[in-house]
Design a protein around this ligand. Structure first.
Ligand code: Q9C
Ligand code: ZN
Length: 344
């Protein structure tokens, strides 16, 4: 299987996050990508660098002033007297904003949604390359490759049209889906990251041509807390084209696999030309967030079930954090993918 990756994706190295009010090392480290890439290389995968398709496919999903901010924010931040190495807002608006401020601290508050999604020197370059990686993967699938793995990092599914959050800056899966829509009538996104894909949901909420199905830990207890409930089903023309399948935290294989099977049933009925998989590995029982308890065998089963759809597939890496077994979870999933399960 072909892997798409660009070395610039390693340039984003966030330092800290606030955890229970205490500054802690930020979990979204470049080593995540190095570990997954190493595993794929050992498995014999071909690694391709994406070509640069420019900003237009990103602007099809994201706000242009938000993009300008991401591109120029770190330089403006560094110019502040006594600025630290990472940009993190001190305040955030709690109501719709009529006027975008000029001051960088004001724009940081407007565009950065939480304390984990900081901007450091290499953030823009890495996020841009990550988006190009997703675009390359989906383009290869559109040109006839059955399955391509976009090793996206930083991840994307929490990035909204004009807000970074949950370690995400550009919504790689959404950018790929929108790009694919130019060639196929219907695109499905299946998100199995343990956290609700709130950014992806927002971007396609009123769209009947892009189905967004997400399996995740119940947001009553787990980040992103405010979205991902079963009664969120889309808006306007998009009603019925958003599917949320929250599951109780700490559930094991059977519960997570059942929810994935329900999502797959909806996707089959939708009959898309292409599937984009937001592949978080953080539902793993070994993930440091400890939100879910899915074993590698569970990931193998999920891979088999997805392969059973028989759809052209672009896999977009989302979450999944450093542990001694992170790569084993990916490999188990890919094993399953190579062994399509039928029925169910
Ligand atoms: N102690 C993804 O998996 N919570 N994002 C941060 C830090 C944010 C996860 C709390 C979890 C975001 C792509
Ligand atoms: Zn996640």
């Amino acid at each position: 299987m072909r892997v798409v990756f660009h070395d610039a994706q390693l340039k984003h190295r966030p330092l800290t996050t606030l955890s229970h009010g205490v500054p802690k090392p930020n979990a979204e480290q470049p080593e995540r990508a190095s570990v997954l890439l190493g595993a794929m290389r050992r498995r014999g995968a071909t690694v391709t660098a994406p070509r640069d398709r420019g900003a237009d496919p990103i602007l099809a999903v994201h706000d242009s002033r938000y993009l300008d901010f991401l591109r120029t924010a770190h330089a403006a931040w560094t110019a502040l007297p006594g600025a630290g190495p990472e940009m993190r807002p001190s305040l955030q608006p709690r109501r719709p904003v009529a006027h975008v401020p000029d001051a960088i601290l004001g724009r940081a508050g407007l565009y950065l949604g939480d304390t984990a999604s900081v901007i450091v020197e290499g953030t823009w370059e890495a996020a841009y390359a990550s988006a190009q990686t997703a675009l390359e993967a989906v383009s290869l699938v559109l040109r006839g490759e059955r399955t391509v793995y976009a090793l996206c990092r930083p991840p994307g599914h929490h990035a909204r049209r004009a807000v970074a959050s949950g370690y995400c800056y550009l919504n790689n899966a959404a950018i790929a889906a929108e790009h694919a829509r130019r060639s196929v009538g219907r695109v499905a996104i299946l998100d199995i990251d343990v956290h609700h894909g709130d950014g992806t949901q927002e971007i396609f909420l009123d769209r009947p041509d892009v189905l967004v199905a997400s399996v995740h830990a119940d947001p009553r207890q787990v980040f992103p807390f405010f979205t991902g409930h079963a009664d969120e089903r889309g808006e306007g023309a998009g009603i019925g084209f958003t599917l949320n399948l929250p599951v109780p935290p700490h559930s094991g294989d059977d519960v997570y696999c059942d929810a994935v099977a329900q999502a797959l049933q909806r996707i089959r009925a939708f009959d898309p030309g292409l599937l984009i998989l937001s592949l978080g590995l953080d539902a793993s029982v070994n993930d440091p967030f400890r939100s879910m308890a899915v074993t590698d065998d569970g990931f193998r089963r999920i891979g088999g079930a997805i392969a059973g759809l028989g759809l052209p597939l672009a896999i977009v890496q989302e979450g999944g954090y450093l542990s001694p077994t992170l790569e084993h979870t990916l490999l188990a999933f890919l094993d399953g993918l190579a062994t399509p399960a039928h029925g169910g």
